[in-house]
Structure formats: structure tokens, C-alpha cells
Design a protein around this ligand. Structure first.
Ligand code: BES
Ligand code: MN
Ligand code: ZN
Length: 498
């Protein structure tokens, strides 16, 4: 989709299929709504409070208003003016884009970014408008035998109508938002694809395709032999249980013009289990299909790289993806097996379903060679994180307060929030093993904390944070689908570094 700006002194004469104007829940009109109201002999005020109450994101369409050139005027609810915030703004932009999509429109014009939000600048509002439009128009139909082409949203363009003085800021925000939206679309698609299509090989091919498309990206895809040569015994032990070949993907984003940062790149590490049956510690059947989403960490790394590359963001970033399946078989890990990680530490596998940490630990050791300024791993790591935080906040774990604070703040800014959980050294005791340096599970208590503690054993060489996205990467139930979280948070973090 295309996002642009338009300036006009006479909003009522703008030519468009649909013009969005904001209405607060207390009946207050936004300045743009007021202009349209006066031009149309109060057609707007006449429906406000009776037919339209201004709930955030709600829409009501008025057609062919006298004195107004736009074919449709779309009243968009902003919620209560006293409570108007970044979320209400995003909901409004999403409501408008969703309306345009269902009405089969190809273009629309919005005045919504012009409405002030306390502590949220224009550039951020424009960014979130583009992200919201991307979410509203996402449509999955890859694996239907005869996709209904008519069901695909046709929305090609949203124009933001803004004051001349605001054009530069809004355009910058829209450019960023469009790149993030495109990255999120990739992340959603990869997540939603079934495990028999989105295999480790498919993830590797997707990375290679990105590198062909964008000059700033370099990609290396390692196979089993190369991973053996690196000594990634822990990752290999999980991959061995499946016929599907593993992939270890290394992505690099580097803008030539940007001077090489002295502090080293940010490294993003994604869990890429393209299907997690649990292995010999087999999962129950109910909702096991959702374990195709166990590669959403990897998908968020790929989506972030797509956004970085489209934006040509002047930050150095490395992406690492450990991709394989976790299946039961005659070659699979067994409870009690001891494997040797790339770091040299031995691991007793007490539960083969705690496989995410087994593939991540070797990727985290591999990350050392980049002398990173920070390493962030992203993983659908524990069901316990869903119990603790539900589907609202991503679990954030870090041994570095400044890195944790930067990610928490990026999450707030981008409406893609995280909540920090503890990592006191006392939890480490739960990982004691009688037969190896460390056990891969720490018992039922504080399951997401001990998972993070396990990872921390492999991250001593750099600043590190871990994002557990088990509750946030996808939605289950009737609206089952990938959310593309935490791409917005990661991009905000990287924009803040640039
Ligand atoms: N991929 C799962 C975590 C998961 C489960 C995410 C359900 C979202 C929903 C992970 O590999 C896993 O199976 N973790 C185990 C760890 C346990 C064996 C210590 C879990 O959470 O049950
Ligand atoms: Mn598992
Ligand atoms: Zn898993």
C-alpha cells in the first residue's frame, strides 16, 4: 500500500472516494469534522450523538453530502477526548482502513493524524497510521484451492491530509510506518503458513529472496554439515528427530554510507521451530496445530530485516535464525539424554519439549563472534509466559537494566508492549542436574523465568535481552492468526538507536 500527504485550504473540496474525519465520544468534533460539518449545513452534527457515539475505531458513513466533494465522509470514532491517546488514534486509523477495505475502495483520505495526542508527535502518529492500515488490510489466502480474489482488500492508497508545515514530519512517519507494515506482512504470512510449507528450508529461501531484493542485506544459509562443523550439538540434537533438513540463517543489514558503529551490531536471534510436536515428550493433540507458530521469533527477525532494508536504516544489525522441527522419531532426543552445546557446556534434556532453549543456546554462542552491542532473542518459548502475562504483554527478561528499559520504552512507543519479569540468581538453582552442567527444565515453578535463566548461561559475553512472545505472536480461536509482534517494538528500538 502507498501512503502520502496532501495539503489543502478547503477540505470540503478534496476529491476522494472516502474522507475520514474524527468524532470524539463526548460529541466534540475534530477540527476537520467541524469544517465538513459547516460545509454540509451541519450534516455531521445531525448524526452525532444519535446515530454515532464516537467509540474509538467505530465508523459511520455519510454519502454525497451537499457542499462536500468527497464521495463519502466517514465519521471515525476517537473515544473520549479526555482519554484520547496513541491507542485510540491507532484504533481510529485501523477502523477507517478496515472500512475502506470492506467497502472495496482503492483509495481513501484521512485527517486523523492531525488530531493531537498528548506526548505523541506527528511522526509517530503517522507511523502508527501506516501500521494500522497494514493490519486492517491483511488477508491470508495462500493455501485455499480457489482463493476468492474479490475478498482481497483493494485498498492501494491512503492520503493523509495535513497542514503544509507538518508535511515533512508526516511523510517521514509514513515512510517508516509503511516499511514496518511491509515487514509485519511478511512476519504474518510466514507465521500463518502451515508447517508442511513453511519449513526450515522455506525460511532460508525467504531470507535469500530478501537479500536479492534489498542491497543492504547479505544472507548466508548454513546446512547440517556446516552446523556440525560449528559444534552446535544442542541445536543438532533437536533437528535430528525430523526428516526435514535444518537451517541456520545469518542475515546482515549494513548501510554503506553509515559509518561502522564502534560499539558493534545489534544481533537479533529468532527461534525457528517450524513445528513443535514436543518430541518424545509429546504434546497433547488439542491445539497442537498452533505449534506451526513456533517459528514466529524467526518470522519477526525476517520481518524486521525487511523493514530495516526498505528504510535503509543506518544501524548495523545481524539476524540469526536456528530453524528445525521438533518431532518424535527413532533419532529424536530422549529424556535423560546429555548433549554438548557449542559453548562446551553439557545439557541434560529432561523434557524434549523444552527444545526452544536447546536451539537458541547455540545461536547465542554463535552471536559472540560479532562483538555485539546488544543481543536480543525472540522466541515463543514457554506456555508459562502465557499463564503469567496472557496475550497482552510480551515477557521481557534481561540481565542489563539499560537494555531492558530501552525495550520497554520502545514497546510503549509502538503500542507493542512488554513486561519485565525477574531473573534473580536464586532461580538458577532450579536448573541443577546430577548428570550435566545444566538441565533443560527447572520444574513447574516460574517456568518462563527458568527458561530465561537457561539462556543466560550462554550470554555472558554481551548485553542481552530475551523476549518471550508465546502469548503475543499469534491469536488462537476464531480469529486465529499471526500478529507480527514484536516487529513494531524491535523497529522502534532500532529507530531509537539510529
Ligand atoms: N513452543 C513451546 C512453548 C509454547 C507453548 C508457546 C504453548 C505457546 C503456547 C515450547 O517449546 C514448549 O513446549 N515449552 C514447554 C516447556 C516445558 C516443557 C518446560 C512448555 O511451555 O510447556
Ligand atoms: Mn516445545
Ligand atoms: Zn517450542
Amino acid at each position: 500500500m502507498e501512503f502520502s500527504t496532501h495539503t489543502t485550504a478547503s477540505l470540503h473540496q478534496i476529491k476522494t472516494a472516502a474522507l475520514a474525519i474524527g468524532i470524539y465520544a463526548d460529541g466534540e468534533l475534530s477540527p476537520a469534522a467541524d469544517v465538513i460539518d459547516r460545509a454540509s449545513d451541519h450534516a455531521v452534527r445531525n448524526v452525532v450523538k444519535t446515530e454515532f457515539r464516537g467509540r474509538a475505531g467505530a465508523t459511520l458513513v455519510l454519502r454525497s453530502l451537499p457542499g462536500v466533494t468527497a464521495q463519502r465522509v466517514v465519521l471515525v470514532g476517537l473515544g473520549k477526548q479526555s482519554e484520547y491517546n496513541a491507542r485510540a488514534h491507532a484504533a481510529a486509523e485501523q477502523g477507517f482502513a478496515a472500512y475502506c477495505a470492506t467497502a472495496r475502495l482503492t483509495e481513501g483520505a484521512s485527517t486523523l493524524v492531525a488530531n493531537p495526542v498528548a506526548d505523541v508527535d506527528l511522526r509517530t502518529r503517522a507511523r502508527s497510521a501506516a501500521i494500522a492500515a497494514g493490519a486492517a488490510t491483511y488477508h491470508y489466502d495462500t493455501t485455499f484451492s480457489a482463493p476468492d480474489r474479490d475478498a482481497r482488500p483493494k485498498l492501494k492508497k491512503i492520503v493523509q491530509v495535513v497542514d503544509r508545515a507538518d508535511v515533512a514530519q508526516v511523510q517521514q512517519g509514513l515512510r517508516e510506518g509503511a516499511a514496518i507494515a511491509h515487514g509485519m506482512e511478511l512476519t504474518r504470512n510466514l507465521g500463518n503458513l502451515p508447517g508442511n510449507i513453511c519449513t526450515p528450508t522455506y525460511l532460508g529461501d525467504t531470507a535469500k529472496k530478501l537479500a536479492r531484493e534489498f542491497g543492504s542485506l547479505k544472507v548466508e544459509v548454513l546446512d547440517r554439515k556446516q552446523v556440525e562443523a560449528l559444534g552446535m550439538g544442542s541445536f543438532l540434537s533437536v533437528a535430528r528427530g525430523s526428516e526435514e533438513p535444518l537451517r541456520f540463517i545469518v542475515l546482515r543489514h549494513q548501510i554503506k554510507a553509515a559509518k561502522k558503529s564502534k560499539s558493534g551490531p545489534v544481533v537479533l536471534v529468532g527461534k525457528g521451530i517450524t513445528f513443535d510436536a514436543g518430541g518424545i515428550s509429546l504434546k497433547p493433540a488439542a491445539t497442537m496445530d498452533e505449534m506451526k507458530y513456533d517459528m514466529c521469533g524467526a518470522a519477526s527477525v525476517l520481518g524486521t530485516f525487511r523493514a530495516l532494508a526498505e528504510l535503509e536504516l543506518p544501524v548495523e544489525v545481524v539476524g540469526l535464525i536456528a530453524a528445525c522441527e521438533n518431532l518424535p522419531s527413532g533419532k529424536a532426543n530422549k529424556p535423560g539424554d546429555v548433549v554438548t552445546s557449542m559453548s562446551g557446556q553439557t545439557i541434560e534434556i529432561l523434557n524434549t519439549d523444552a527444545e526452544g532453549r536447546l536451539v537458541l543456546c547455540d545461536a547465542l554462542t554463535y552471536a559472540e563472534r560479532f562483538k555485539p552491542s546488544a543481543v536480543i532473542d525472540i522466541a515463543t518459548l514457554t506456555g508459562a509466559c502465557v499463564v503469567a502475562l496472557g496475550h497482552v504483554n510480551t515477557g521481557l527478561f534481561s540481565t542489563d537494566d539499560s537494555l531492558a528499559d530501552a525495550l520497554l520504552s520502545a514497546g510503549k512507543q509502538s503500542l507493542d508492549t512488554a513486561w519485565r519479569l525477574p531473573m534473580d540468581s536464586a532461580y538458577q538453582d532450579q536448573l541443577k542436574s546430577n548428570f550435566a552442567d545444566i538441565a533443560n527444565i527447572g520444574g513447574p515453578a516460574a517456568g518462563s523465568v527458568t527458561a530465561a535463566c537457561f539462556l543466560s548461561r550462554f550470554t555472558k559475553a554481551y548485553r542481552w535481552a530475551h523476549l518471550d512472545i508465546a502469548g503475543t505472536a499469534w491469536r488462537g480461536g476464531k480469529d486465529k492468526g499471526a500478529t507480527a509482534r514484536p516487529v513494531p517494538m524491535l523497529m522502534q528500538f532500532l529507530l531509537d538507536q539510529a
